[in-house]
Design a protein around this ligand. Structure first.
Ligand SMILES: [Zn+2]
Ligand SMILES: [Zn+2]
Length: 319
């Protein structure tokens, strides 16, 4: 398997000569006030308790919001890996924004930048360049990164309803919070909304942080992306991050049947009822290359194990 020198990732030839980004972008911790507040809100349930119904909605809404982040923000708006109509496009954007991860254009613009510059000095959330904490969530509090770079999302910015949502990014999560409060009472606000938001935040953030650190690298991409089955389960399929960095245009990120990708299964179901269509497949040659690389990796592991065994037997007792 290809090895990367993580301490000295080369800058790809096409990026050399590009002016380096400023290194003095400071964090504005005051901007983290609402973020901290949502983290503290679940403590309210210590005083109110929470019924089984509240917990059931917590689980259900985790799936809905996480699906909207991966199927909507990521696979649709950032990468355009399938098609849908204008109304369902709006629904996807609204549901994704219920996760309180800012606006749809902002999210897609930053994500496209991540792929263009992965793990180079221009990548704003690279754990090997800026450290775990910064790549996980610190970058969210850099004021210079608040603006939406519309030049990167011209295909999306031509829809006024998406621009409206992007400007009023707080409206969907506030709507959800009020619905939880109205139908489930205070425990709904504390657990279903706030705890659900916190869990889906950190699950999403692991793809920027942990998925570039822990896991297996099937494809020798020029970044540090990895495949991690645990993160794939947690994030409904996003953990197959090395597959995704290698081939970004397919709807599917778990390339083989054993790589569980719940978002893809849901999109297949939505395609079956006609809400989405033209799901882009993984090309046969990419699948074949992956199989070849898996075979080489396991052969290398067998040889390594045999050599280790032979070395152990070869040690002569002293004395
Ligand atoms: Zn991506
Ligand atoms: Zn990545």
């Amino acid at each position: 398997m290809a090895k990367l020198d993580l301490a000295a990732l080369p800058i790809p030839a096409k990026l050399r000569g590009r002016p380096l980004p400023p290194t003095d972008l400071g964090l504005a911790w005051w901007a983290g006030g609402p973020f901290v507040a949502v983290h503290l809100m679940p403590l309210g349930a210590l005083f109110t308790g929470a019924s089984a119904e509240v917990w059931a909605w917590f689980v259900a809404l985790y799936f809905v919001r996480m699906f909207a982040v991966t199927g909507g923000y990521h696979r649709y708006f950032s990468h355009r890996t399938f098609k849908t109509g204008r109304a369902f496009q709006f629904v996807l954007a609204f549901l994704a924004q219920m996760s309180a991860q800012r606006g749809v254009l902002w999210w897609a613009a930053h994500h496209r930048t991540h792929h263009k510059f992965s793990d180079t000095p221009w990548d704003v959330h690279s754990p090997i360049r800026t450290g775990f904490q910064h790549s996980h969530m610190g970058w969210l509090f850099v004021p210079e990164l608040d603006a939406t770079d519309e030049a990167k999302v011209r295909d999306l910015a031509r829809y006024p309803e998406l621009r409206w949502l992007n400007r009023n990014w707080w409206a969907p999560p506030v709507t959800l919070a009020l619905l939880c409060l109205a139908f489930l009472g205070w425990p709904g606000l504390f657990i279903t909304f706030a705890l659900g938001t916190v869990v889906s935040w950190h699950a999403t953030f692991t793809i920027n942080s942990l998925s570039h650190v822990f896991g297996r690298r099937r494809f020798p991409t020029t970044d540090t992306s990895r495949n991690n089955w645990f993160l794939a389960l947690l994030t409904l399929g996003e953990g197959w991050h090395n597959n995704h960095h290698h081939y970004q245009s397919s709807t599917r990120q778990g390339f083989y049947w054993w790589e569980v990708d719940v978002t893809y299964y849901v999109l297949r179901a939505l395609a079956a009822v006609g809400l989405v269509w033209d799901l882009r497949p993984v090309p046969a040659e990419v699948l074949a290359e992956g199989r070849r690389r898996d075979a080489v990796a396991s052969t290398a592991a067998v040889i390594e194990a045999e050599e280790a065994g032979a070395a152990d037997e070869g040690v002569a007792p002293v004395g």
